[in-house]
Design a protein around this ligand. Structure first.
Ligand code: IPD
Ligand code: CA
Ligand code: CA
Length: 253
């Protein structure tokens, strides 16, 4: 099954690459506000992945960002972000990913996060480790927060809701080597899994942003926690040591 998921992610990624840095070819529309956009490429990537599932696994349930949920049997569910990091994609920045997680009886079993513009293919199967382009990955051994590179993100309602992560940022920024805002939650988490970043936190995410990447992180010996439950999915990730250090500074609900 993991080979199938990797193949369909590559196909969706190849289609999205036809639009990348060719903005005249695609329509773009706002969802919640000017910070929340969807393009033709998001829709085409989603169509490729969901048509594959419907023709090869018609009984499986699907949750996908742009089209919502499709009922299926209780055994298998695919959780899909057809492009995670659409703002980067539309700006011509390379950090955006196709994210496909597959749950079996509610437990994450397979995860694929593919960055077509960088050629990075992350995958994991529960119990079998995590891989980047076929090579095993592991979280960073760094145990000092002051030497750690940490990423975060800001919620899409940051313009109207003062609970916009600036308080956490103010507490954490002085204590770490530096902060990044990559713009793709699935990429942030996979980069923690690969040891490129020591840690990451963000609030107000959705299942499709994190499903595949959190399995990849677990299989790379990382740790994650939902640090509050009032703002959709709010997660902190890292190696066990850095995860614990960050958690200490994050404001609970
Ligand atoms: C977004 C990205 C971004 C995060 C947002 C997500 P999208 O996903 O992961 O990094 O800050 O919360 O919604 O909209 O590009 O799929
Ligand atoms: Ca997303
Ligand atoms: Ca998306």
């Amino acid at each position: 099954m993991i080979d199938e998921i990797i193949a369909v992610a590559r196909e969706a990624g190849a289609q999205a690459m036809k639009y990348f840095r060719h903005n005249a070819l695609m329509n773009v529309a706002n969802k919640l506000n000017d910070s929340d956009i969807v393009t033709d490429a998001d829709k085409e990537s989603e169509r490729i992945i969901t048509s594959y599932i419907r023709s090869h696994h018609p009984s499986h349930a699907i949750l996908s960002e742009e089209s919502g949920s499709t009922e299926g049997d209780a055994e298998w569910r695919w959780v899909i972000d057809p492009i995670d990091g659409t703002s980067n994609f539309f700006a011509g920045l390379p950090l955006w990913a196709i994210s496909i997680g597959v749950e079996h009886h509610g437990e994450r079993k397979y995860g694929v996060v593919y960055l077509p513009a960088t050629g990075e293919m992350f995958h994991a199967v529960r119990g079998e480790g995590a891989f980047l382009n076929g090579k095993p990955i592991h979280v960073s051994p760094q145990d000092k927060l002051s030497r750690s590179l940490i990423s975060t993100g800001f919620p899409v309602d940051k313009d109207t809701n003062p609970d916009n992560n600036m308080d956490n940022l103010a507490r954490i920024l002085p204590r770490v080597r530096d902060i990044r805002r990559l713009g793709s939650a699935a990429t942030d988490i996979c980069y923690v899994a690969a040891g490129f970043l020591e840690g990451y936190w963000e609030m107000n995410l959705h299942e499709w942003d994190v499903c595949a990447a959190l399995l990849i992180l677990e299989e790379a010996q990382g740790r994650w926690t939902r640090f509050r439950d009032d703002r959709c999915i709010s997660v902190v990730c890292g190696s066990p040591v850095i995860h614990d250090a960050l958690l200490h500074f994050l404001r609970p609900a």
